[in-house]
Design a protein around this ligand. Structure first.
Ligand SMILES: [Zn+2]
Length: 234
């Protein structure tokens, strides 16, 4: 099966999928990355036509990707206007997200530590390792990839809690996608990597209370990191 080669040599570079055998998944990935990295700005109109030209694909995979992104809350569709990138969240929206995370994620980390097995340990370690690698790159593209692995890292912990309601609730918050659209600071990824490291170590040594504490610390620090941005109206 043909895979796309996605080239992005800089913020102003034309992003181009180098084959016409478009797979919906790849188009989705590119659009998601452009929205997270703010290459497509919040509330900016998204033209199916020009995207098809830019990416060198037909309109079908673009429309499919937009429908998926709409369901995920990253794109909005207005009658007679078409698609645009969703607005970024308000300070109050973020407060609510953090309240919910604080209720659920430390508990999920605690339970997941008690349920720990080799597969979960390996998946967590892999996601963490990828973030460590990306942390040194510091480009917008590596930043959006970091957001994906961060989301994955937290999703693995939620899943490992074995509670599907926790998984669904946290999944609906789309925390990481929103966060990484709002912050573009290198310190964010560096600090997150170090906090993940503390959390992962506690989980791997079977320290459930330590994991619960480390997750709460991570969420608190993450909240502190977002505050200056939301107050600035970003
Ligand atoms: Zn994290």
């Amino acid at each position: 099966m043909t895979r796309f080669i996605y080239s992005d040599s800089g913020d102003t570079a034309q992003s181009r999928l180098k084959t016409r055998n478009a797979m919906g998944e790849d188009v989705y990935e590119v659009l998601l990355s452009q929205i997270i990295s703010l290459k497509i700005a919040p509330q900016e109109r998204i033209s199916v036509d020009s995207l098809a030209r830019e990416l060198g694909v037909s309109q079908t995979p673009i429309r499919a990707a937009l429908i998926r992104l709409e369901a995920e809350g990253l794109v909005v569709k207005k009658h007679n206007v078409g698609y645009s990138a969703a607005p970024t969240l308000s300070a109050r929206d973020f407060e609510e997200i953090y309240e919910m995370r604080m209720l659920l994620e430390p508990a999920a980390a605690e339970i997941a530590t008690r349920n720990m097995n080799d597969t979960v340990a390996q998946r967590l370690q892999q996601a963490h390792d990828r973030m460590c690698e990306l942390e040194s790159e510091q480009t917008k593209r590596s930043y959006s990839k970091f957001a994906r692995f961060d989301a994955e890292f937290h999703a693995i912990i939620a899943e490992a809690s074995g509670n599907s309601l926790i998984v669904d609730t946290l999944g609906r918050l789309l925390t990481h996608t929103h966060l990484f659209r709002s912050r573009r600071h290198s310190a964010v990824t560096r600090e997150a990597v170090s906090e993940h490291s503390t959390l992962l170590n506690a989980m791997l040594r079977g320290d459930a209370a330590g994991a619960k504490w480390a997750m709460a610390e991570h969420i608190n620090h993450s909240r502190e990191r977002i505050v200056p941005f939301t107050e600035a109206g970003l």
